[in-house]
Design a protein around this ligand. Sequence first.
Ligand code: SME
Length: 169
Amino acid sequence: MVELQAIQAESKTELYAAIAVQLRALLHGERNLVANAANTAALLFGTLPEVNWAGFYLLDDGGSDGEKKGELVLGPFQGKPACVRIALGRGVCGTAAAERRSVLVQDVQQFPGHIACDANSRSEVVIPIISNGVLVGVLDLDSPHVGRFDNDDRAGLEQIVEVFVAGLA
Ligand code: SME
């Protein structure tokens, strides 16, 4: 069993820096994508306040034909069961993946095409995961509160994704 370390932080910058330290330790010595994604989701869900879903959507490689299907498929997560497949360009996750940029949504009801997996979700932030120029998937966090995530969360989670990507190499 791995115990989460209690984090006392005065700012979001400090909080994410402390989470990044724990994540590096958690991923140390393991490169498996599913195992590392599962522990990353558990760490974020266990340390970030006011979050009702934290997890991954991974790019489906389309199997043996090697053709990218242009679709995200649900990966390891914490929270309620979620939509399984999301086309690139659809919803917040598909937009972040297609445009390879982080997407911060203060109020999901104002985001055209938002995919409601958990009716409680009110705000969301999605970070693309790119390894050696190749899209791996996205990291998605939801909150039951409007405006839960700001640019400090986006920057902090981008740092978390950097640690995650480094752990795959
Ligand atoms: N709301 C997301 C779908 C995934 S769930 O929030 C877990 C979206 O619009 O892409």
